[in-house]
Ligand binder design. Sequence first.
Ligand code: PEP
Length: 259
Amino acid sequence: MTSNQRRPLIAGNWKMNLDLAGAKALVAGIQEAASRADGVETVIAPPFTSLAVVAQAVKGTKIRCASQNVHWAENGAFTGECAAASLKELGVESAIIGHSERRQHFGETDKSVHDRLGAALKAGLLPIVCIGESLDEREAQETWRVLETQMKGALEGFAPTDLSVLVIAYEPVWAIGTGKVATPAQAQEAHLFIRKKVASLYSEELATGLRILYGGSVKPDNVDELMSQPDVDGALVGGASLKADGFSRIIGFQVPAAS
Ligand code: PEP
């Protein structure tokens, strides 16, 4: 696979926002942009409470519905969690795993991310695994160590063939919800690091085909430049995915033709 075959993916993480009416209105508001964006994959991740409604609303369209998490067990005494099969039953096709807010506020670890990834892969959910360093870690020059540790922890033990559908989202924690976006050069540097690491840990083939999204204050006015970077294959968008106009513009990002 060549880098040209990495289909751009724009994912919206709605976090704990929107009621049912708001969710339906937002889906309706981005349908046109998603259907117009040739070759771009659009994914939206509503809160668990809206999944059924949103999955139904996007059925037969170019938009895919994702959950914001998935549990590793098939069923059992795991209060507050949700099994992959239950998500699939609703029509959910993808799952965000290891978001920094899960790691920060809910004790998510590299091991739990690994186990959740296993469940997603087994169920055929497109996994979007989030990794990223905090501001302290970046300032302490620990970015590469953190990314490597998170990646190894999440991916350890899976065969390259299992991981062929894997999507990684590089989300520097200092850029999430802060309005402080990584520069395109910073994003590119991190994405290239991730790709090279996957090549050395797994295979060149897996690394070349791996889609790596950038997440952290992506907005309509910075998406084009970020998407122009050779190793940025898409975006994971939080705040700006909640407004139909803005998210539509992000889905329809424009990469200037190379001169
Ligand atoms: C996110 O939640 O993954 C995210 C990147 O949020 P925001 O775009 O608001 O920074």
